[in-house]
Design a protein around this ligand. Sequence first.
Ligand SMILES: [Zn+2]
Length: 392
Amino acid sequence: MTPLTPETQTRILEFVDSLRDEILACSRHLHANPELSGQEFKSAAHLADIARRHGFDVEMGVGGLATAFAAHHPATATPGPRFAYLAEYDALPVVGHGCGHNLIGTAGTYAAIALAHAAASLPGEVLLFGTPEEETIGGKIVMLDAGLFDEVDAAMMVHPGNDTEIAYTTSACLCPVIEFHGKSAHVASGAWKGINALDAMVQLFVSLDITRKQMPPTVRIPGIITHGGAMANMVPDYTRAEFSLRAKDKEEAEWAMERLLDCARAAALATGARMEWHPTGNPYHDMRPDPRLAAFFERHWLALGGSQPLDYVKPHGSIDIANLSHRFPCLHAAFSITDATHFGVHTHEFAAAANSPRAEDELIRVIKTMALTGAEVLNNGLDAAGDHSTHA
Ligand SMILES: [Zn+2]
């Protein structure tokens, strides 16, 4: 493979350093103005304005999502790989940027800008996507289904966390709602005329607990009953439960989903109630990090003095870039902004950490690493990562 020239590397590193104040101002601005999923109008506009100022063409409201955007840098449009950076910027109720998406939005945007700055000496094209609503519907999945990533050859994003984890993996997730329809009757004077939808629901949870014993440890099927009946003196004619099914991968999730539905069907049969179910939200696949992107990232991250990545795989929740990783090479790298062990993301403490001097130093380092990772892909394509593919 052709190594990046020292000139290209220096051009990226010096450019990011020259923009330090502007970059930190962007992260602080997003942090000070947290907007919930689907309402990130000011945050999306802020990042889009910055991208425009640095030469990108930006289209707002893509994929039917009002706060999504797609951007490309026309001056970089030469034959070769099309490399995309993903920017998230939604916040949470109560804890604001308790997931640190102010850092993610800033990192994705400025990594694209820094790579575009060096792209005159590289083939390929630099793309930037504003991907909203990560905390709720999984905006990237909507954008994927809308065909927005059809021309992308590889994509990456970063996420702040307690640990540095470069080849970050996540569980697949399905969120079904299960309902039982019975028949109401007075519990004392005519219980035998009713069909008890709560009995069906209780039976479902009991059967599920039994079934779990023969499930792999990677499967989790927590559930809550959101409707258990109307009055204690009436046979419940309707019950409803929500589940958050997690599994190692898409295939295991689909298998576990069938087991859950078998339990529900059996409960309906046992009680005479009628079962209905439907999925909610988008199914999240398992994250499949591209080992070549991970190798490029790790090499530059460590060379820039970045913190050592974990040498074991931690369990994680689910993320929407995972669905993209089933279609083209992707990387979602976590970078440490705190050594704390008593709190994690989605807390007030993490919101404070996401706006700390340490996070800001790491932000500059991670933007440089992302830009250099993209430069490697433009320079060599992914098939040339070869010797450096040490991650699996
Ligand atoms: Zn997050």
